[in-house]
Design a protein around this ligand. Structure first.
Ligand SMILES: [Ca+2]
Length: 98
């Protein structure tokens, strides 16, 4: 597998590992989302001072308002974080060159 294929597999694998913790194995409940963020994105959650962060993330991502996130609803979180990380990467690159 290529590196990118491995990344995609990891994303799917991680999503299902957390989504599978209650009866609905295909969607993340708020509790599961919270656990995923705390365990897989610890520096992200530490940077957020607001204790309501998980609630507001859930609200933003849950497009069909069933209080659960399917994989399609979960992806924008990863994409958004990847975008933010890439911006940091770019600014570090610029600083490094000067
Ligand atoms: Ca949903």
């Amino acid at each position: 597998m290529t590196e990118l294929e491995k990344c995609m597999e990891s994303l799917i694998f991680i999503f299902h590992r957390y989504a599978g913790q209650d009866d609905d194995g295909r969607k993340l409940s708020k509790k599961e989302l919270k656990k995923l963020i705390e365990e897989e994105l610890p520096s992200f959650i530490k940077a957020q001072k607001n204790p309501q962060t998980v609630d507001s993330i859930m609200k933003d991502l849950d497009l069909n308002k069933d209080d659960k996130l399917d994989f399609e609803e979960f992806l924008p979180l990863v994409a958004g974080l990847a975008l933010a990380c890439e911006k940091c990467y770019n600014s570090r690159e610029k600083k490094g060159k000067k």
